[in-house]
Write a protein that binds this ligand. Structure first.
Ligand SMILES: O=C(O)COP(=O)(O)O
Length: 237
């Protein structure tokens, strides 16, 4: 059988990047003389990439989009992308278990590739991925389903059975458009209503070892069940 693939959204699914987003945004707010942001405000604006994030923060302060502000924010965020950001509990050992069982693990994110790589490297996670489809890797991005199919193809996995995991309506829509089963990441930033249309809802990252094979089995595809090795912590971040 072709190697099965686990495709993971990044922000709100693999990592909580809100503290670094908020820190970089607040450096920008100081420069612009604008009211500071909070973590919950930032979390509510995520899911459509950094340009939309800046646009939404400015709009909430009564301002139109400022392209130069986005450029400054993105350069600053990219340089500090792994300072306050943490992986969700269980990520490292769960990814290791998937790969040990023969799955490919890919990330499909609206975050630009430079920031994605800097952040994953800083967290010691970059080597745990077999491919990255970032927000600027292709001409399209989520919710366009081609963001998922092109991420698979770029990793040489265009015929692989695949499962998408994400915490945002854009992730669910992209998966459905690509005809892939979707697991909603209930631990992420997306409100519960965004799970509409997902095949399954997980509450912890480690549940993916059971749910990803289950999602494929429901479509008549059998895939190996990853085993998290006994004695490994399941809550390390
Ligand atoms: O940066 C965002 O707004 C969303 O990024 P994500 O696609 O990894 O969730």
């Amino acid at each position: 059988m072709t190697r099965p693939a686990l495709i993971l959204d990044l922000d709100g699914t693999v990592v909580d990047a809100v503290p670094d987003f908020a820190a970089a945004m607040n450096r920008l707010m100081v420069e612009l003389g604008l009211r500071s942001v909070t973590g919950p405000e930032i979390a509510g604006y995520l899911g459509d990439g950094p340009r939309k994030l800046v646009e939404r923060v400015l709009a909430a302060r009564g301002l139109p989009m400022i392209e130069a502000a986005h450029d400054r924010f993105l350069a600053d965020y990219t340089a500090h992308a792994a300072e306050l950001t943490t992986a969700f509990p269980g990520v490292a050992e769960t990814l290791d278990a998937f790969r040990a069982a023969g799955w490919a693990v890919l990330v499909c994110t609206k975050k630009p590739e430079a920031a994605t790589r800097a952040m994953l490297a800083g967290l010691g996670l970059l080597d745990r991925f077999d491919g990255i489809g970032a927000g600027d890797s292709f001409a399209v991005s989520k919710p366009d389903p081609r963001h998922l199919t092109m991420t698979l193809a770029a990793a040489g996995l265009d015929r692989a059975p695949a499962v998408m995991v994400g915490d945002h309506a854009n992730d669910v829509a992209a998966a459905r458009g690509a005809g892939l089963p979707c697991i909603f990441a209930g631990w992420g930033h997306g409100p519960a209503r965004m799970a509409a249309g997902a095949d399954l809802v997980a509450t912890r990252f480690a549940e993916l070892v059971r749910m990803a094979p289950q999602a494929l089995a429901a479509r008549g595809v059998s895939a190996p069940m990853p085993q998290v090795r006994a004695g490994q912590p399941t809550t390390r971040s």
